[in-house]
Design a protein around this ligand. Structure first.
Ligand code: ZN
Length: 331
C-alpha cells in the first residue's frame, strides 16, 4: 500500500544518513495514542431493523432471501451502519481520537483519505438486536510516503456488540497526510513567450440522435423534436417518444421566446473556459419544452425565475456556435 520512507539520494546535502522512522520523536508521540479509546459506550441509534435492511438491500441490489421475512438476518456488511451517528452524530466520542487528529493537523498532515476497512463477523444480527460499540485507536504507523503524499496511517477498531455479546469487529484505516507536490511541468524550451491561450469550451457530442439539432443550430434555427404519432414535443433530442414510444418524428422550429424556469449560479468548481460565478438557466421555451443554456445580457446575480428571455446564437469561437438566451430585451 505504501513504499515506506524513501531514502534520500546518496550524498544528498545535509542528510548524512536516513533517519529511522521508528525513532522519529513525532511518531513516538503519536504512538502513545495506540490503545486509547476512540469511542466509549456507544449505542446504535436504532436497533437492528427491517426497514434499514430493506433500504440497504435495495441500494446494493442484494436479493438474498436470507435478508427478508420473519427469520431475516441483517447483511453482515451492514455492521457499521448500525453504529453510525447520522447527521446529529454521537456524543460518546472520546477526546483521544480528536487529539491525535489535531496533532497530525498541526504537523501539516491536514489531508485525510480512507484507505481500507476490514470486518469480522462473529454472529448474525437480527431485527430487534440492540447495538452497542466501543472503538479503540489500534495503531498509528510510522511516517510513510505514498503516491498521495507523506503521512501516518491511523487504524481504529470498533467492537460491535448485540445484547452485550461481541457480534463483529470493524477495522477502519485512514491516511492523514501532506499532499505530495504536483510534478512541475517540464520547462518549455526557450521560445518567445506566447500569450496564454484560453481553454476552449467543451465541444458538444454530435451523434446520430442529435445531429439534426446541431444542423439546425448551424442555420440559426432551434429545432424541437415532435413525435409523429402523438405530437408530443421533446427536448433534448432522443431516438424515441417517451409518451408513446414511437420512433417517428419531425421537428418544430422554436419561436425563440422563453422564460427562465429555474437557474443555478456556479461558484465552484471552476472549469477551464468558464469564469465563475455564472448563471446556468433552465429556460422554458414558448412551445413548452425546457432547455439548459446560458442566460446572457444580465449579471449572474440578476437572473430571476420567470424572467423573459429571447434566443440568440453566440459564436463562442471560430468553430462553435451555441443557442443562448438574452434577458433584458433588445440590445
Ligand atoms: Zn409520441
Amino acid at each position: 500500500m505504501s513504499d515506506g520512507d524513501r531514502p534520500s539520494g546518496a550524498g544528498a546535502p545535509g542528510r548524512e544518513s536516513r533517519p529511522d522512522p521508528l525513532r522519529d520523536p513525532f511518531f513516538l508521540r503519536l504512538q502513545a495514542y495506540e490503545g486509547l479509546p476512540a469511542a466509549v459506550g456507544g449505542s446504535g441509534k436504532d436497533p437492528v431493523n427491517a426497514p434499514m435492511i430493506r433500504h440497504w438491500c435495495e441500494a446494493m441490489g442484494d436479493t438474498d432471501p436470507a435478508y427478508r421475512g420473519p427469520d431475516a438476518v441483517a447483511p453482515p456488511t451492514m455492521l457499521q451502519a448500525w453504529t453510525m451517528g447520522g447527521l446529529s452524530g454521537h456524543t460518546d466520542r472520546s477526546g483521544a481520537y480528536d487529539e491525535l487528529s489535531g496533532l497530525l493537523d498541526e504537523a501539516g498532515y491536514t489531508s485525510v483519505v480512507a484507505t481500507d476497512c476490514e470486518q469480522e463477523y462473529l454472529r448474525p444480527l437480527r431485527p430487534g438486536d440492540a447495538i452497542t460499540f466501543d472503538a479503540v485507536i489500534e495503531s498509528v504507523s510510522p511516517r510513510k510516503t505514498t503516491k498521495l503524499g507523506t503521512g501516518h496511517f491511523v487504524t481504529t477498531r470498533m467492537d460491535v456488540k448485540a445484547g452485550g455479546e461481541l457480534a463483529g469487529t470493524h477495522r477502519f484505516r485512514i491516511l492523514k497526510y501532506t499532499p505530495a507536490a504536483r510534478p512541475e511541468k517540464p520547462q518549455q524550451p526557450q521560445q518567445p513567450q506566447q500569450p496564454a491561450e484560453r481553454p476552449r469550451r467543451p465541444r458538444p457530442v454530435v451523434n446520430r440522435d442529435n445531429a439534426g439539432f446541431w444542423a439546425g443550430v448551424a442555420e440559426h434555427r432551434l429545432l424541437i423534436q415532435r413525435c409523429a404519432a402523438c405530437a408530443t414535443l421533446r427536448f433534448p433530442w432522443l431516438p424515441g417518444c417517451n409518451t408513446c414510444g414511437s420512433r417517428e418524428w419531425d421537428t418544430v422550429e422554436a419561436s425563440g421566446e422563453g422564460t427562465v424556469y429555474s437557474y443555478v449560479v456556479m461558484h465552484h468548481p471552476p472549469f477551464p473556459a468558464f469564469d465563475p460565478p455564472y448563471a446556468v438557466g433552465l429556460v422554458e421555451l414558448a412551445e413548452g419544452v425546457r432547455m439548459i443554456s446560458n442566460v446572457v445580457g444580465v449579471p449572474y446575480d440578476k437572473v430571476r425565475i420567470g424572467m423573459p428571455v429571447r434566443l440568440e446564437f453566440l459564436a463562442v469561437d471560430e468553430e462553435l456556435e451555441l443557442p443562448v438566451f438574452r434577458a433584458g430585451g433588445e440590445d
